[in-house]
Design a protein around this ligand. Sequence first.
Ligand SMILES: Nc1ncnc2c1ncn2[C@@H]1O[C@H](COP(=O)(O)OP(=O)(O)OP(=O)(O)O)[C@@H](O)[C@H]1O
Ligand SMILES: [Mg+2]
Length: 262
Amino acid sequence: MFLNHFKMKAQPFAERVAPEAFWRDPRIDEGLARLRYLAHDATVGLLTGPSGVGKSALVQAFLNELSGPRWEVIYVHLTHLPSAGLLKLLVSRLDEPPRRGKDRLFRQILDRADRAEGTMVIVIDEAHLLDHDALTDLRLLVSSAVEAPPLKLLLVGQDPLRQTLRQSQHGALLSRMRVRYLLRPLEVSETASYIDFQLKYAGASHRLFDEEAKRMIHEYSGGMPRMINNLATASLIQAMAKDTDRVSEGVVSETVREFQCV
Ligand SMILES: Nc1ncnc2c1ncn2[C@@H]1O[C@H](COP(=O)(O)OP(=O)(O)OP(=O)(O)O)[C@@H](O)[C@H]1O
Ligand SMILES: [Mg+2]
C-alpha cells in the first residue's frame, strides 16, 4: 500500500517471514545452535518466550534446515485438543488413517518413526495450550525404557508452559528436556538494527525512520518483533497520509496513541 510512496521494492515488517526477510541476531544463533543439537544428539527440547517474540519464526528457520530424506518433520500448532485428538492429529499428519484407541495411536506413531527413512522430528507449537493428559502422552512417546525413542520432540510455547512443566506431575518430561531455550525480546539497539534490516530488505534507507522514532517504537513494543512490525507499519501509513517521506518521533507517537486505545 505504501510501497510506491516510499519507493520500496518489497513489503517490510511482514507477518509471514520469507527466508530472505528472516532477521538473525545472537539470540537467534543461540536458539538455532540448541535446536540443531536437539535434532542430532538429544530427544526432547523446549523453546519458550512471550507472545510475539519470534518463537515460530525461529522454528520455521530451523525446520527449513531439516529438508531432505534425512528428516521427517511433523509440525502442528492446533494444540487446543483433548489428548487423543492430538495423537490423531499427529497420525493424520503422517498421511495415515488414525486407528481407534490411544494405545493403537501410540503404536502407529512409533512404528512409523521406526520405519521412517530419516529421523522423525515432532514440533508442537502453541504447546502452552496442551492439557496435562496431552503432555503426559507426549512424554510416554519419548520414554521407552528399553530402546532409544525413534523420534525427537520439540515443545514451543509461551511462558506459562514453563510453569506447567514445573509441576511435579510433569517432572519426568521436564527432566528429559536436555535442550531448553528462552527467547528474549530485543534490546533497544537490537530493535533499531531490526528496523534497519527490514528497511534494507524493502530497498529503503535506514534513515526513513529517525533514531528517536526507532527508540520510541522500542519503548512501546518492549522489543517484541510482532509489535515492532505493527507500530512500524502503522507509522509508515501515517507518514504517507501526512505526505511526508520520513517517520519522525511525532508520527510514531500518533500511531502509538491509536494502539493504546484498544
Ligand atoms: N527473526 C525474525 N525475522 C523477521 N521477522 C521476525 C523474526 N522474529 C519475529 N518476526 C516477526 O514477528 C512476528 C511474530 O513472531 P512469531 O509469530 O514467531 O512470534 P511467537 O513468539 O511465535 O508468538 P506467539 O507466542 O504469539 O505464537 C512474526 O510474524 C514476524 O513478522
Ligand atoms: Mg508462535
